[in-house]
Design a protein around this ligand. Sequence first.
Ligand code: NAG
Ligand code: NAG
Ligand code: NAG
Length: 383
Amino acid sequence: MISTQRVSVFIVAIFLCFILLFQILQNDGPSINDIKNISYRPFRPSIHDSILALFDSIRHPITENYTDVSGTRFLLEQPPIWTKPLKKKVLIVDIDTREPSGDNQILNSAKMDWEKLDVSGGELVSNGIMNHYLYAQIHGYDYKFFQAQHIKGHHDTWILPHVLYDLLPDYQFVVTMDADVTITHLEVPLEWLFNRWGLTKHTSISMPWDQEEILGGETVSIDSKGLQVLNTGVVAVQNLEYTFEMLEAWKDCTTEKRYSGCGRWKEEWSHEQRAFSEYIRYDFNPAGDNIVEIPCDDAMGWPGMMHEYEGQIMSDCNGTFFRHHTLRKDKTKESASSAVMQVLSEILQHELLEHKDKVWVKEAERIEVDEAPSHVENVDLSG
Ligand SMILES: *[C@@H]1O[C@H](CO)[C@@H](O)[C@H](O)[C@H]1NC(C)=O
Ligand SMILES: *[C@@H]1O[C@H](CO)[C@@H](O)[C@H](O)[C@H]1NC(C)=O
Ligand SMILES: *[C@@H]1O[C@H](CO)[C@@H](O)[C@H](O)[C@H]1NC(C)=O
């Protein structure tokens, strides 16, 4: 009898040992590296997966009309061409010669102080990177910060066509934005915007119409033929053979092999932007949709800019989808925080309302006592 009991206990003990061993093997808990470096806490699930999951509830569907928080409706007028998420086929890239690794900058390992972030130089670049990187994470696009080298004898903005030419082979789309551009509605995917703007399977490049700007009594936002220029603050390029021809002509414009007179724009404002509008757009749009212009209001300016710069900025472009802070760069910080707080507000509001039975405690109505308690009645107040 006793020995049978012992055997059962023994079997149970062996069994428990197996379960324990199995769990230890299953558990991808602290590895040797983690133990050596105990202060490093890996995120599980990864930040990447967490952000995708967090924003899943509010990510706007690619083929549905969009209504912003003010109630303004944005309709997809044409049947949508882009119907599936492009994910890693899209690269969002920040291209800059400035290295944002100084004090209070994103690529410095010291913790950033958002409140003290000054929005100029590497700090402006940092602010842009955070907004663009978050957007890429929300929609599952690839992201890169491309630190470019200066091009001898050229203004730094000439890096744009060169870098696009170099990065495009690895993607279907490469989208780049200036550091002073903030994505306004983080939940709206690029594929939806491509549908809105009418990018087709043979669109090589897309960028916004510039605002009309008057300086010294003259409009400075037109080319020599009098046509409004396009602004390179937001540029999307698609991987097509024709796009490489176009980018080659653009990046080599100042050599004057193809375009005599282009050398003027090496250092003179507005550099590569003007060269594109002056030459490239007239030569590389045979089908009319090789180059797609984005409405100025979608990707230029910020709310109320025309009013603040009355007499200088003549187009009412509020940066509805991309705010471009060509003037008042300090406003990029406010735009970036609003963009994040808007999506977080929506998520938190929804979450609180969903669980309101648990989180919203309503105190029962107090029963007012008409008569004071008797012991108070008896107190002699006459002193
Ligand atoms: C811990 O590991 C991380 C990532 O490998 C490293 O950057 C960091 O310097 C390490 N910290 C310490 C205290 O060793
Ligand atoms: C978007 O709105 C237009 C105009 O009201 C409508 O014709 C279209 O069906 C809508 N699209 C979707 C996907 O609801
Ligand atoms: C831009 O915003 C202003 C208010 O800041 C508004 O009056 C105007 O109608 C908006 N413009 C467009 C094109 O929506």
